[in-house]
Ligand binder design. Sequence first.
Ligand SMILES: [Zn+2]
Length: 280
Amino acid sequence: MKISIRTTNRPLLVSILLISSIWVASCEVKFIPDIDPLLLPTAPPSDFGELDAVEADAQPLEVEATPISPLDPGFDPEDPQMWIDAIESRWPLVDVVTCELIEMAKDCKPWTARELGLLYDTLEEYILSEYIDREILFIRSDSSKYSGLSEPWSDNYGNPYGRIYIADQAWISPPAAALYDIFDVLFKKPERFKGTIAHELTHAAVWFHPELLEWWLAAKEAQGIDWGTRNWRLGLLYAWGYYDELRDDPELYQTSVEGELFAMAVSALMYDPTWGKSIE
Ligand SMILES: [Zn+2]
């Protein structure tokens, strides 16, 4: 059985744009930006041994015959390992890195049970899930430099896969990085943690399916939208300086910026309660 929360295609992308072009009401917390890696055509081979295995015949997020469910009798929501088993049995392409033994990665720290529950929820709710058809590693990071980080990798055979790092700041980073987020106070919110995961999942979806970004650009152009990087609705507070070093390559810079706006729009559509709400 395939999980498909919503059929995702060009109409969805257009609807994301339409919703985002409506005035939104305000209120939320201070923004701490996330960092994304440069969009390298091909990242170097991994040095994490077993973590490199990528399924050659990758399929979209699929459900195994009998995945472990949080609703199962005896499921302990306070037990991180039970959540990991639930996630990895339900989504075989997802590997939750535990930081133990062979499952080690840079800046790795253990996931809490609550965070894993939010990861489970986000994977279940993700609106572009059919584009997550390659392996993804989820690493809980202790880095203070970003809220989330999505690394585009390829294995030795050229198969793309992703590494997503989720750091503490994921709890406080608002999805849209909009003007109204300035008025937020620094509260941790589960919606923000989930929003950061959805944001980074969207970078991975674009890595696996670059056509998503082409559709996004075509939809924007069709609607005559040119927000740039300082639009008050989306991305105003994002630390765009991270991409300054790409300015010498206008095409790569543009691709990177649009990928960022797209990831924010998807995340905001899913987890910003003010997104798309008219004040009228
Ligand atoms: Zn990003």
